[in-house]
Design a binder for this molecule. Sequence first.
Ligand code: HEC
Length: 134
Amino acid sequence: MTTHPTPVLTLLAAALLVLAVPAGAATPAELLAGYSASAGAPAQAARGQAFFQSRHGGEWSCASCHGAAPTGPGRHAATGKAIEPLAPAAHARRFSDAAKAEKWFRRNCNDVLGRECSAAEKADVLAWLNTLKP
Ligand code: HEC
């Protein structure tokens, strides 16, 4: 006996494929609200600034690559490559894609702290970045 996928199954598979693609589009305010909700406490911009500019006992701070004032361009501490401004007010595409923000938080936090950032730390950093004006 041969088995053929029924049209219903084909449709189901297509629907699952569509659902599997993450809906990444977001605004900085939405991402901040999400991180704050996960943290279970309101974000603090001043704490985010201190976090961003601290070396946390290692070689680099976030500012080592993004600059102490991330409304302007940064420079990669290892490769010297230019990095576009991180503050949303200075760069329209920043924090507009949840998956991209998460990917770079993971990578950069590991580089600076040797671990991932907590939801509270991400909320604090983003709260501070959202206050910056170019
Ligand atoms: C060694 C250099 C380096 C350090 C240190 C660094 N970053 Fe980055 N960061 C980058 C690069 C490179 C990119 C990706 C290129 C780009 O988007 O311009 C990036 C992108 C990001 C993004 C993506 C934002 C978006 O939506 O486009 C976030 C968030 C971020 N960094 C946060 C941090 C935080 C928080 C720290 C400190 C814990 C940090 N970075 C430290 C190099 C660095």
